[in-house]
Design a protein around this ligand. Structure first.
Ligand SMILES: NC(=O)c1ccc[n+]([C@@H]2O[C@H](COP(=O)([O-])OP(=O)(O)OC[C@H]3O[C@@H](n4cnc5c(N)ncnc54)[C@H](OP(=O)(O)O)[C@@H]3O)[C@@H](O)[C@H]2O)c1
Length: 242
């Protein structure tokens, strides 16, 4: 199972991000700091409820499109984690614009790229000093980009969904480059497909419950090593082709 001392999760107020927080706060051994980022902490009722049953959860404000807030965020996270640093970053926040060829607009493409692609990269860059600062003897350091099988070029036989597919394919390229850049520093990076999951994004017809998907993902993340570095990995551990 995954081990983490201090971790940071984006889009943590609902869906997969919220469930990741729910399960990570109770990992054994218990993480010291779980930092849950969301756009509107005042309205994050589920997250707020969790803070009353655990002492390791911190809620921070982050709209991932607000790049001008990243430096301030880094200072805030630094104040929370101190010398422990961060050993796990989960770039989970995402948007899904399923636009066909006849529907898609420049704005659709740019909005999806901003949230699903640019933000994970720039947040990784911003928090990297804190990731480097964590004690790698105790835990392996990991950056997880929550991607999607729809970003796999070779698995795309159906077309469509231009903003979503393109932004996740580009995210996978970022995963590959970050993995190559940081492996020598003991930091691994993977893209992870959570499966088709019942959330606001996945919809009610999705076959998988969010707690099942997240428990499988956390188990899989516990076994990431240099062989899986830079890959797109299914929630159950299978490698997805590019
Ligand atoms: N569900 C699936 O079947 C499925 C399949 C493959 C991949 N995924 C991926 O899994 C991740 C989570 O998806 P989900 O199913 O949990 O979706 P969801 O229920 O729609 O939740 C999306 C999360 O992202 C946050 N978010 C969106 N834009 C943001 C922004 N600008 N700044 C900060 N947070 C932002 C949302 O916050 P707000 O509440 O503030 O909007 C929310 O917390 C996404 O990256 C998605 O692409 C999901």
């Amino acid at each position: 199972m995954l081990r983490t001392t201090s971790c940071f999760i984006t889009g943590a107020n609902r869906g997969i991000g919220l469930e990741i927080v729910r399960q990570i706060i109770n990992l054994d051994p218990k993480p010291i700091n779980v930092i849950a980022a969301c756009r509107n902490p005042d309205k994050a009722e589920e997250l707020k409820k969790l803070t009353s049953v655990t002492n390791n959860l911190h809620i921070v404000r982050l709209d991932v499109r607000d790049f001008s807030s990243y430096d301030k965020l880094s200072t805030e996270v630094n104040q929370i984690v101190g010398t422990t640093g961060l050993d796990l970053l989960i770039n989970n926040a995402g948007v899904a614009a399923f636009k066909t060829l006849s529907q898609v607009s420049p704005k659709d493409m740019l909005d999806s790229l901003e949230v699903n692609t640019v933000a994970p990269l720039i947040l990784t860059k911003t928090l990297l000093p804190l990731i480097k600062a964590s004690d790698k003897e105790k835990t392996s350091k990991l950056i997880v980009n929550i991607s999607a099988i729809m970003g796999s070029i070779s698995e795309n036989n159906q077309g469509g969904m231009y903003p979503y597919r393109t932004s996740k394919a580009a995210l996978n390229m970022i995963t590959k480059s970050v993995a190559a850049d940081l492996e020598k520093e003991g930091i691994l990076c993977v893209s992870m497909h959570p499966g088709w999951v019942k959330t606001d994004m996945g919809g009610k017809n999705a076959p998988m419950k969010v707690d099942f998907s997240v428990s499988k993902m956390l188990k899989t993340l516990g076994s990431i090593d240099k062989n899986s570095n830079g890959k797109i990995i299914n929630f159950d551990g299978k490698i997805i082709p590019w």
